[in-house]
Ligand binder design. Structure first.
Ligand code: FEO
Length: 171
């Protein structure tokens, strides 16, 4: 059975993951309107992944005798100005998510909920990869600058960008 504190914190994380999915969906839509179809596909896929992150929390909370409450989500930004700005926003967002996961782990350890701590380790690893991926993409965009053919190739290849981290390789 989940302790109230842990259940509340997990429900809060469920909201963050749901909003992440919406943010990536908004970014995908913006990228599509800019003619950046490769980037849009990459972000649509990522939006789906975030929904799965949310779903895993819903199922875990209920499995442990809690109640996963499905929240209202706030509207994400609709305009990201430039590709660089959009990925900088994405990295900032993932850094925030990582810190929320860390807070959650801290609550579990304080409450001696080692099962939930164990469950959350998947998210800890995932965040390392997501931050690393966003940093790699931003580094590439910085290198490209305003070079049109570089941007064309970036958009064509963005789905195949991989990151080597200590948790493995991820597209
Ligand atoms: Fe589920 Fe990108 O954090």
């Amino acid at each position: 059975m989940l302790k109230t504190k842990v259940e509340k914190a997990l429900n809060n994380q469920l909201l963050i993951e749901g909003e992440s999915s919406q943010i990536y969906l908004a970014m995908a839509s913006w990228a599509e309107t800019q003619g950046l179809s490769g980037t849009a596909q990459f972000l649509y896929k990522h939006s789906d992944e975030e929904r799965i992150h949310m779903l895993k929390l819903v199922q875990y909370i209920n499995e442990r005798g809690g109640h996963a409450v499905i929240p209202a989500l706030s509207a994400p930004s609709r305009d990201y100005k430039t590709l660089n700005n959009m990925f900088a926003t994405l990295l900032k967002h993932e850094i925030m998510v990582s810190s929320k996961i860390n807070d959650l782990v801290e609550i579990c350890l304080k409450e001696k909920d080692f099962t939930t701590n164990n469950f959350l380790q998947w998210y800890v690893s995932e965040q390392i990869e997501e931050e690393a991926l966003a940093r790699t993409i931003l580094d590439k965009l910085k290198m490209i600058g305003s070079d049109k053919s570089g941007l064309y190739m970036f958009d064509r290849d963005v789905e195949s960008i991989t990151v080597q981290s200590n948790t493995g390789t991820k597209a």
